[in-house]
Design a protein around this ligand. Structure first.
Ligand code: SF4
Length: 310
């Protein structure tokens, strides 16, 4: 493997995604919610203070959301065909791009956080019900609907804080809307890497549709060789195969990980695995062999801060 991270002394990203820190080390926003309306003012302040990399944001009337894929939704491996334009799916939400939280995280692997932290945007909606999910309140609620302009404003705000990258969490059920945003960012030469942090429960075709739009993929590997856990999480039985195909597609797009002089990742795949305490020896061995098969293609991060929420 490229690297196995030692036991992390820091909390996992899931804990850290709550933390929003300004240049004085103080929390400035913990939840968007109705506070989104204040964002425009805050963005101006941050732009004036930060020494962010220069970026001319895209022309906003070139970004529009197309609801077609949400009508007969087959965006994730469940391919259930729910019409999310008519009503919200109980787990995935409706067809709107919804943000539940954003901020600056210093709790990821050092190659992501770097010195400036990672600018995280947490989207709401996830088809999974993982027993270990510590973000249920963010994932399984209807977050704040954002327009393309508001989403770009968020990114401006984070770039204004000189973060190492932008990291979009829980993107899977929003990929059609996100594609429009990501394309606009690429077309406007956004200066820092864009990372998508997924559950690993993705359709390879959807990953293919992101070609040229994403710099870093951070898929979780779930404890998929434990049948009981997989049932609780409602991950498809085909998860290992889909995971493999998705990683292959990510690798086709990005190649091996590349790093800046300061050691932060610029592009590539990071597979994150939070080691659960309940696997049998056989399941553990199978998982390690599975991870090992990606050793030449991805940075592999194994954490042991599993927390059961059952
Ligand atoms: S994203 Fe949700 S609504 Fe769409 S296919 Fe998956 S489970 Fe169904």
């Amino acid at each position: 493997m490229k690297k196995l991270s030692k036991k992390s002394k820091k909390p996992s990203i899931a804990f850290q995604s709550d933390i929003v820190i300004d240049e004085n080390g103080e929390v400035f926003i913990s939840f968007l919610g109705p506070e989104l309306l204040h964002l425009a003012g805050q963005v101006k302040d941050h732009q004036a203070i930060g020494d962010e990399k220069f970026w001319e944001p895209p022309t906003l009337d070139e970004i529009y959301f197309n609801e077609l894929e949400y009508k007969n939704c087959k965006i994730c491996p469940r391919s259930c065909g729910f019409d999310r334009t008519k009503m919200p799916h109980p787990l995935c939400g409706d067809s709107k791009l919804r943000v539940s939280n954003f901020g600056i995280s210093f709790g990821d692997e050092d190659i992501i956080s770097g010195s400036g932290g990672s600018g995280v945007i947490f989207l709401s909606g996830c088809p999974l019900t993982c027993p270990s999910c510590i973000n249920k309140e963010k994932v399984h609620t209807q977050g704040q609907e954002v327009t393309p302009k508001e989403f770009i404003d968020l990114i401006k705000c984070l770039n204004g804080k000189s973060v190492s990258n932008i990291q979009i969490l829980s993107p899977t059920v929003h990929l059609p809307n996100l594609r429009a945003i990501l394309k606009a960012l690429k077309d406007s030469n956004f200066p820092i890497p864009i990372a998508l942090k997924t559950s690993g429960h993705d359709l390879p075709d959807q990953i293919m549709s992101l070609k040229g739009l994403v710099d870093i993929f951070i898929p979780d590997l779930k404890p998929c060789f434990n049948i009981e856990w997989s049932k609780d999480a409602r991950i498809e039985q085909s998860y290992p195969k889909l995971f493999e195909e998705s990683i292959n597609e990510m690798f086709n797009q990005l190649g091996s990980p590349k790093f800046s002089n300061s050691g932060t990742i610029l592009s590539g795949i990071i597979i994150r695995y939070v080691k659960p305490p309940f696997l049998s020896k056989e399941q553990e061995l199978k998982t390690i062999e599975f991870l090992n098969s990606y050793k030449d293609r991805a940075y592999i991060s194994i954490l042991d801060n599993y927390v059961s929420q059952k």
